[in-house]
Design a protein around this ligand. Sequence first.
Ligand SMILES: [Zn+2]
Ligand SMILES: [Zn+2]
Ligand SMILES: [Zn+2]
Ligand SMILES: [Zn+2]
Length: 227
Amino acid sequence: MPGGKQSKGKCAYCGQEIAKNAVAKHLTACAQRQEIITKTEGKQSETKTLYHLRIQAAGSNQFWLDLEMCGSATLKDLDSYLRAIWLECCGHLSRFSAGGWQGKEISKSRRADEIFEPGVELTHIYDFGTSSFTLIKMIGERKGKPTTSHPIALMARNLMPEYECIECKQPAGWLCMECLTEEDIWGVLCDEHAKMHPHDNYGEPVRLVNSPRLGLCGYAGPAEPPY
Ligand SMILES: [Zn+2]
Ligand SMILES: [Zn+2]
Ligand SMILES: [Zn+2]
Ligand SMILES: [Zn+2]
């Protein structure tokens, strides 16, 4: 898979494009986000500890999410979120662990405020066959009122990586699973070459979506946030 240059993402509050390494700084300064926080602080709800988590696909710098997780939310909530936005193909098992993927399992019933403290990094594994590994790092926390009634808020997300068609270098929108599985080629194709592509043992090329699980098992997206 292509890589190299600094990955860019988008702020979920103001829509601005931001380099991955500037996201935390942007979120602190973002006027739209600060406005929402100020409004929520005026409400009658309970003050909680809110954790800023950087979610990162292991082995690919291009796929990442910045989430704000409520202290009373559980790892089950986080697992559901990751499945919805990135991972779910056929209901595989998953687990969280601390100290690497071979580390001690952490129960999904645990709350964020029982687990996260500065420097804590968890590994999430989805599917013990064709596994997707996700790293979860706490990079900040604040005391305040949650800006959403959901357990998790999406604050920023990587932009869809751009790929060039292997035939003509035009922007690609499709991936051939036969190229990938049989020939170990990241066989991405433009619309036109997807139509003309000779491989059909694994069905038609699948649409590229913004997920690190693309190309694994039967994953086909949609890679949209659940809320
Ligand atoms: Zn912003
Ligand atoms: Zn599957
Ligand atoms: Zn092409
Ligand atoms: Zn192919």
